[in-house]
Ligand binder design. Structure first.
Ligand SMILES: Nc1ncnc2c1ncn2[C@@H]1O[C@H](COP(=O)(O)OP(=O)(O)OP(=O)(O)O)[C@@H](O)[C@H]1O
Ligand code: SF4
Ligand SMILES: [Mg+2]
Length: 353
């Protein structure tokens, strides 16, 4: 993504989890240590004011990327550079403060992320006070302003989270995330738990706020319609790796990787171009024991011997896509020009993976 200076640069990020049994069990049962490579060598950058989305089937590592980028997990390898600063260099709590203020996360379940015993006003005011941004009446004025920004009312501040609908609760989460004047929001399936009509409202609100406040988003979803609606760039993940990434329209129109094509095959053909909607075939292998070579090879119709032994490197295509696939590199996979794009509407079932 070379169009503007990146606010966020993720390089070769990896996060491994030790999922071994306890030592004694391993000794008695002669089991080896087991390492799960949830994320393994992911790189992307996001210019200020833009949205990069991650899409892929359940368990491919989307949330782990999100949590590692915001600092909830320590990376096993690689780094995240935010506004020119390597986050690994922020050793003390004091040094981390500006990063913690400027970067916020929005989760799928707003109810779980809002303290049920606090009034909404206090929930939104908490980051303002914690970062010492304002005091006294100014805090209340700022909370009123934030509530209005997310299309709630200042009177809503006196209520508790359980008095709101799911969509309204997600608005409260967004107001809270913005309270510290954050610039980078990592949104992990923020609308997946919502009704489709409400989903569109929240996504449109997020897009409006992005334009108004020049926000940068890392957006995570398994829903292709949602991803198409919100993104500038899209990265497709499979078993902890990015297998293809490109500008949104290029990715949806000229998908190159067989896995991306498989995901896009699930999009309903609303334009009646004659393309059949195909359900996703096969299952994601166990990440503790991934297939050799290209991890997608057991599910891939184009796999050859090389695919079984050699991990494909991501290479650029003439269309401006980055794709990690031997068949694309060997020119064995003809370019497809797809006309079907997912539509985000109340009637659309939101093609999902
Ligand atoms: N804390 C953890 N300890 C051990 N394994 C983990 C941990 N967190 C995630 N994993 C494993 O890492 C892999 C990636 O998980 P992750 O939650 O990042 O996937 P995801 O793409 O967000 O999936 P979903 O779409 O279901 O949310 C999975 O195999 C998961 O079981
Ligand atoms: S590298 Fe081989 S197995 Fe992997 S997606 Fe490409 S053709 Fe299929
Ligand atoms: Mg997840």
């Amino acid at each position: 993504m070379a169009e503007a200076t990146a606010l966020v640069e993720v390089s070769n990020l990896a996060k491994y989890f030790d999922v071994s049994k306890p030592w004694l069990n391993r000794v008695l049962e002669r089991d080896k240590r087991q390492i799960l490579k949830a994320v393994d060598g992911v790189s992307f950058s996001i210019p200020k004011g833009r949205t990069f989305s991650l899409v892929g089937e359940s368990g491919c590592g989307k949330s782990t990327v999100a949590r590692t980028v915001v600092g909830l997990y320590q990376p096993t390898k690689g780094k995240t550079v935010f506004d020119g600063v390597d986050t690994a260099d922020l050793k003390s709590r004091r040094a981390q403060r500006p990063f913690r203020r400027r970067v916020q996360m929005i989760f799928q379940d707003p109810y779980a992320s809002l303290n049920p015993r606090w009034r909404v006003r206090d929930i939104i005011a908490e980051p303002i006070r914690a970062h010492g941004l304002l005091s006294g009446q100014d805090v209340d004025d700022r909370v009123d302003d934030l509530l209005t920004h997310v299309k709630l009312t200042p009177q809503d501040g006196a209520k508790f989270p359980h008095e709101f609908s799911g969509g309204q609760r997600q608005r409260i989460s967004i107001a809270r995330a913005l309270a510290s004047s954050s610039e980078f929001l990592v949104c992990d399936e923020p609308t997946s738990a919502l009704d489709v009509s409400v989903q569109a409202q929240i996504l449109n609100l997020m897009k409006d706020l992005q334009r108004e406040l020049d926000l940068t988003y890392l957006f995570i979803s398994h829903n292709l319609a949602v991803v198409y609606h919100v993104s500038d760039w899209v990265g497709v993940m499979y078993l902890g790796r990015l297998v293809e990434w490109a500008e949104k329209r290029t990715l949806f129109r000229f998908p190159r990787h067989p896995y991306t094509r498989m995901l896009l095959d699930t999009i309903p053909d609303l334009d009646m171009t004659g393309r059949e909607r195909v359900p996703v075939a096969g299952e994601v292998p166990n990440p503790i024991n991934p297939p050799s070579g290209c991890p997608f090879h057991p599910r891939c119709a184009f796999a050859n011997e090389r695919c079984q032994s050699e991990l494909p490197k991501a290479l650029p295509t003439a269309e401006g896509t980055m794709v990690a696939c031997h068949a694309v590199e060997e020119d064995r996979l003809p370019l497809e020009d797809r006309k079907t794009v997912p539509v985000l509407a109340g009637g659309n079932d939101g093609a999902g993976v």
